[in-house]
Structures are given as C-alpha cells and as structure tokens.
Design a binder for this molecule. Structure first.
Ligand code: ASP
Length: 363
C-alpha cells in the first residue's frame, strides 16, 4: 500500500451517496432509500475519525435510488459530478445499489477520460441499520482503500475483493461475496492485510479527468439467445429504433446456425447499420467466433465479437460509443478495441502477467 499523504495532509475523499440497500430503511413496501440511515451511521461511528480513515465529505445525489431505477442519465450525472469535484478530492467512494452496480461502474469507466484516481463503488446486501450489515465494513474499507491504495480505476469493492468495475458482475443476491470478475483476477484482496495486485492495475494517462460527451441517447438492446429463438422475434428486436444489440450466445459465441431465416434476420439488421455484438452467456471465457461452424456463421454476416467482455460492459460501451454520434462502422471497430481494461486483447489472451498494464486507448 502506498500512502497518498503529501506534506502531512490527510487524503480527502468524496463519498457520493447515490442509493442502494446500504442506506435503506424498512417500510410497508419493503426496503427503500432513506438519507437518514447514512446520517445516523456517520453520527454514531467514532471509528471514522481514526487516523487511517481519510477525511471525507458526503455528497448526496437527489433522489437516492434503488439502483434498479438507474437510467443512463444517472451514469452521466454521476460521471459529471466526479469531474466537477476532481480538483477538491484525492479519490471517490460511490455508495450504490448492487442490482445495477456493474452497469454503473462500466459506464463510468467509459465516460471518465483520463481518470487518474480511485473511484470505488460499494454497497451492501444488508442496510447499515441491520444488525448483520456488510455495509459497515464496506464503507470503512472503501474509505481506507480510496485514501491509501494506488488503484486509479473505477472499481467495485465487495466482500473481500476489489474488482475492476467493468469486469465485475453481480453473482449472488444473498451471499456477502456478491460480485466476481470471471475473466480477471481481483485487483486487491482484503484481509488482515490489503494485498494489491499491482501487476493488474492500469497505468493512468496524465489527467485531468474529462467527461466524454454524449450527444444523444441511443437505443441499445440486450438479447439472450435460447433454444427455439425465432426469426420473427429477432427481426422485431432489430427493427427501428434499435441501433445496437448485445447478443448473449452460447459457449464460445455459438448461435443456432441451422435456421437460415434467423441468420437472415440478423444479417438484414446489420446491413441496415445495427451493430450486433456477440458476448458469451458463460461467466468465464471469451467469444471466439471461428471455433465452431455455429459461430463462424455469425462472423460471416458481420456480428462483432465481444471477446471476454461482460454483458454489462458490452452494453454500456455500445451505449457510450453510439451516444457519441459515431458511425456504425466506427462503433463496430471500437467495440473490438480495449478502451478501459474491459477486455483482454487477443494477443495477450494466454494470461501473461503484463496483460493489464496497458495504456488507455482514446474512445
Ligand atoms: N435493490 C437494491 C439496489 O440495487 C439492492 C442492493 O442495493 O443490494 O439498490
């Protein structure tokens, strides 16, 4: 761990409270966001003034959200808030619901250009007011990490791991180890000691951070392939106003290639300019469209391989690229380029330790 303290000053961390179970209270309608929960916790926890906890300031986003209600505008607002407060703080902790945390973390990684300080998203399975809450540890550990660890990326802290945000997925709705990144080891393990895997941490470009400008709100769709999926359904999904589709296929990127009408429906949409990105339904492994004949069929009609991206990363990346007003051809090209550590470039696929210390690529 490297201490950020310079000239004897404690690091300053902004805690952006966006919502989630961590700050919810129980009502007749179930758990709902309640600003008083975090306020009560902060007021009742002297540990937060410990010398190892950085100075922090809570900035509450209005209204607090159950993250199931998150929309792309919220990603942009959060990214803009980080950019706006960049000069005042050494790091950011984002308190967020777990349901769409992986989407928000991925979107932030594509929206924040030149990020050179930690942005750590965390939340909880149980509210801070619950006797068994995992949120208390998460908040304290996120603050300590934000203040001391050199991990200048958008990350998710949950359970005992710090994950790259655009590689993480929610894998459990009741276990305390709720997130995993199937295609990348954790950036850090949290135990009696915090072990940062510096070989995996990205090298930041010199700041300051900028917000990538989205000029419009594109229509993107997530489509999960299943046995019996019909040409009619695919044809409808790819109709106007759809501009991009993240298609989750089987195994290494395989699709029912024995249904010509189905392939034609896809091919027709692609020819009209819809960008179709192929990701795997498997949590681990990468799409390799030429491994089986059933994948080669997709390769031939111009489906873009999403390599080892998560569904969340692929969808938010597609949204951000289309939202920048780029042409379908350019969007399709950039979907195959690693922009923020979200995919493993093919040449490095064999797992060399150097594979993550890659420079950022301009969106
Ligand atoms: N529904 C909640 C949310 O995503 C779940 C959680 O925070 O764990 O906001």
């Amino acid at each position: 761990m490297v201490n950020l303290r310079q000239g004897g000053r404690k690091p300053k961390v902004a805690v952006l409270h966006v919502g989630g179970t961590i700050g919810m209270s129980l009502t007749n309608d179930g758990w709902v966001p309640d600003p008083a929960v975090l306020e009560r916790f902060l007021a009742a926890t002297p540990l937060l003034t410990h010398p190892d906890v950085p100075d922090f300031q809570v900035i509450r986003h209005e209204p607090l959200l159950d993250s199931s209600n998150t929309r792309p505008e919220d990603w942009v607002e959060l990214a803009a808030s980080i950019v706006a407060h960049d000069a005042e703080f050494d790091a950011f902790v984002v308190l967020h619901g777990t349901d769409t945390m992986a989407y928000t973390a991925s979107a932030l990684s594509f929206l924040l250009d030149g990020l050179n300080k930690p942005v750590i998203l965390t939340g909880a399975q149980l509210s801070l007011e619950h006797v068994m809450s995992d949120g208390r540890d998460h908040l304290v550990t996120a603050l300590v990490l934000a203040g001391q660890a050199q991990v200048p990326e958008v990350c998710i802290l949950f359970g005992s791991v710090l994950l790259r945000g655009n590689r993480a997925q929610k894998v459990s709705n009741d276990e305390f180890m709720a997130f995993e990144s199937g295609n990348l080891p954790p950036l850090a393990h949290i135990g009696a000691r915090i072990k940062v895997n510096h070989g995996l941490v990205r090298v930041p470009r010199p700041g300051p951070v900028r917000l990538r400008n989205l000029v419009r709100q594109p229509e993107v769709v997530a489509l999960r392939v299943f046995p019996g999926i019909s040409a009619k359904l695919v044809e409808r999904v790819l109709r106007q106003p759809t501009e991009g589709v993240v298609m989750a296929t089987y195994g290494t990127g395989n699709f029912p290639s024995n249904d010509q009408a189905l392939l034609d429906a896809l091919a027709e949409g692609i020819a009209r300019g819809v960008v179709v990105v192929n990701i795997s339904q498997c949590h681990r492994g990468r799409v390799s469209q030429r491994t089986y004949g059933t994948g080669t069929a997709l390769d031939r009609i111009g489906v873009v391989s999403g390599a080892d991206m998560t569904a969340e990363a692929a969808l938010t990346k597609l949204y951000c690229l289309l939202g920048q007003g780029l042409s379908p051809t350019e969007v399709a090209r950039r979907m195959t380029v690693d922009l923020a550590g979200e995919m493993t470039p093919e040449r490095l696929e064999e797992g060399t330790p150097a594979l993550m210390s890659l420079p950022s690529v301009e969106l």
